[in-house]
Design a protein around this ligand. Structure first.
Ligand code: SF4
Ligand code: SF4
Length: 248
């Protein structure tokens, strides 16, 4: 029997999501036995461009060649997974959408750069079958999505905030200890590892559709966060003008 073909691609990102995925180690080896890895430049020397059953796309779209790539891979794939916050929302590479003079900041002088004026998420260009936010992704979620697709089940994107996962894990709310947190307005699915280690959620899975932003802003301001800082916290991972899940 032919094994399903799975492929992994990258665009503009730090590649941290793939490193996180590889942390699955032995569990990944078990999954990889059931599939054929057609393309994974981090693991394989020989990569084939062909039709795929499942394609993972990491990174934001920041150049014309990225647009061509994402369209080609969509055309060749049965399921396309936006892998990580850069792919789902623009993420960190999209911070430059709202800044000027970043080339000078990075290179110390004006430079001609081939990138597009606006960095965009994958779903701005093609249809996406599953958005796996996270900076980086949660490797257990990646495993679940692969397993679901292999048994013909359509994976469901989590539709609750990070706070729900704190409650499930019986993690004491950081606000109770005076620590401002983005959990109430952030997409869940990560298992809330940051609050569990007493670090505030900084919203890396992007904004929850229909989040109560006014109430979160009031809470943050009661905890001494300035208006300017609140604005920056709200836009850190979502500067691409579309909110992945809200844009469906
Ligand atoms: S710690 Fe943050 S994510 Fe957890 S319940 Fe409190 S506000 Fe929500
Ligand atoms: S708790 Fe927040 S910052 Fe931490 S992984 Fe989850 S969404 Fe990201």
């Amino acid at each position: 029997m032919m094994k399903p073909k799975v492929a992994f691609f990258g665009m503009t990102s730090c590649k941290g999501c793939y490193f996180q995925f590889l942390l699955l180690g032995e569990m990944l080896t078990n999954v990889f036995r059931s599939v054929e890895i057609s393309h994974f430049w981090m693991l394989k020397e020989q990569n084939r461009d062909e039709k795929y059953d499942i394609a993972f796309m990491d990174g934001a779209v920041s150049s014309k060649s990225n647009i061509e790539k994402v369209k080609r891979i969509r055309k060749n794939s049965r399921y396309l997974i936006a892998f990580g916050t850069c792919a789902c929302l623009g993420g960190i590479p999209a911070i430059r959408n709202s800044r000027r003079g970043y080339h000078e900041m990075v290179y110390g002088r004006p430079v001609k750069h081939p990138s597009l004026d606006e960095v965009t998420p994958v779903d701005r260009h093609v249809k996406v079958d599953y958005r796996m936010e996270g900076c980086p992704i949660n490797e257990q979620e990646a495993l679940r999505v692969i397993r679901d697709l292999l048994i013909g089940k359509r994976p469901r994107e989590p539709d609750y905030p990070v706070c729900v996962e704190c409650k499930k894990a019986e993690t004491r709310c950081l606000f109770k200890d005076g620590v401002p947190c983005m959990g109430p307005v952030t997409n869940g699915g990560c298992g809330a590892p940051c609050p569990a280690s007493r670090t505030a959620c900084d919203g890396c899975r992007g904004p929850l559709p229909d989040a109560n932003w006014g109430s979160e802003a009031d809470l943050l301001s009661e905890h001494g966060i300035s208006r300017e800082e609140i604005k920056s916290m709200f836009s850190k991972y979502n500067t691409s003008k579309t909110s992945g899940r809200a844009s469906k």
